[in-house]
Design a binder for this molecule. Structure first.
Ligand code: AMP
Length: 355
């Protein structure tokens, strides 16, 4: 069986690495000349809308998937004439715009931050009047890792925004206790499963650590899994996806949907029976899913921009390093480590030893 992957970053690399033990060949398209996935599988360096690259992938693949949500919809539509594209093109379209995403969540009875569409200065003023401050102005499309968003605390922040040159959305600020996420997976036959929830720490809008399983009550896990299942069934979704959640005194509030494997699921490589990458491959290839159960406790930490020496990381008991072989650049996710343990106290002691 052969799997075509659009996008050759670290997610594409870890998908390819998970496919190979199952005897599944992979081919990645990524515009970069050298990309993390290109070290571990065949890589076609071309734009995502390059007709020759699309033809090559269409000829190669039994199934096509992708590692990021901003793949041109026209490309997935062209590929879908030759091989199943999983998840569906409609799932991709829904989550590529924060406005349609929030409307879809609300239609399923899933709470989100209050929001108002912003298209110009006048609608920004009206939106601020409606939602109050603080609130967060975000681009509707192509935002990730806190990019394309502005926290508006006071009226002077609103005045400083400047001209609105793209479709935006204003979101009321959600006073959350902590950030969780749910990683769900749905098979071709509709079988659904989800992982125990990770507890995610962000700095400047970027994920820095996920601890799993989070200490949450059974109701919270049940609701998070229900949110994921409702969404997956509504979209007839196939594959792994993530819903970022705010844990608030009033219950779970959904922030964002990622129709792909997700950074807050990297802990599953060593911390769960079946990793999110393997389960995505299993799901899209029409294979039975593997167990999402946790194995002990763990914490995943991202290395942004630079990383300590490999020797120092690997000297920590239970440390599992994933170096994406990327050129270091400030803020860039270049590697992650997951430290595993059998209990919380041992995990804390091990984490304290991380350089
Ligand atoms: P996002 O790009 O939407 O995932 O946002 C990045 C981070 O900004 C989130 O992980 C939160 O820490 C914070 N954030 C985003 N939206 C809100 C909101 N409506 N209220 C409070 N914090 C938010």
């Amino acid at each position: 069986m052969k799997l075509g992957i659009l996008g050759g970053g670290q997610l594409g690399r870890m998908l390819a690495l998970a496919a190979h033990p199952l005897g599944i060949e992979t081919l990645v398209i990524d515009p970069k000349e050298r990309c993390p996935a290109g070290d571990v599988t065949e890589h076609v360096s071309a734009a995502y809308d390059d007709p020759a690259a699309i033809a090559r992938l269409a000829e190669f693949a039994d199934v096509v998937t992708y590692e990021f949500e901003n793949v041109p919809v026209a490309t997935t539509e062209a590929l879908a004439k030759h091989a199943p594209v999983r998840p569906t093109v409609s799932a991709l379209a829904m989550s590529s715009d924060r406005l349609t995403e929030k409307r879809a969540l609300n239609a399923l009875g899933v709470e989100t931050a209050p929001f108002v569409a912003v298209d110009d200065e006048a609608s920004l003023k009206a939106a601020v009047a409606e939602l109050g401050l603080p609130s967060i102005l975000k681009t509707r499309r192509f935002g990730y890792d806190g990019k394309g968003q502005w926290l508006l605390r006071e009226p002077s922040d609103v005045a400083a925004v400047g001209p609105i040159d793209r479709p935006m959305i204003l979101e009321g600020f959600v006073p959350f206790r902590r950030e969780l996420s749910v990683i769900g997976v749905r098979a071709v036959d509709g079988t659904f499963d989800a992982y125990p929830l990770p507890d995610n720490r962000h700095e400047s809008g970027v994920l820095v650590a996920s601890r799993a399983p989070a200490e949450v009550d059974a109701n919270t896990t049940a609701r998070a899994h229900e949110i994921a299942r409702l969404l997956a069934e509504d979209l007839d979704y196939v594959g792994v996806f993530a819903v970022e959640l705010f844990d608030t005194p009033g219950g779970l509030v959904a922030n964002e949907v990622a129709p792909r494997v997700h950074n807050s699921g990297h802990w599953t490589i060593e911390g769960a029976e079946t990793s999110q990458f393997e389960n995505h491959v299993r799901a899209v290839m029409g294979l039975p899913l593997g167990s999402c159960a946790a194995r002990g406790v763990c914490e995943m930490r991202n290395f942004l921009g630079e990383m300590p020496p490999t020797e120092a990381i690997l000297a920590v008991p239970g440390a599992h390093l994933h170096d994406y072989a990327k050129a270091p650049k400030p803020g860039r996710k270049i590697a992650h480590v997951t430290v595993t343990a059998e209990d919380e106290a041992t995990l804390d002691a091990r984490l304290a030893k991380l350089p």
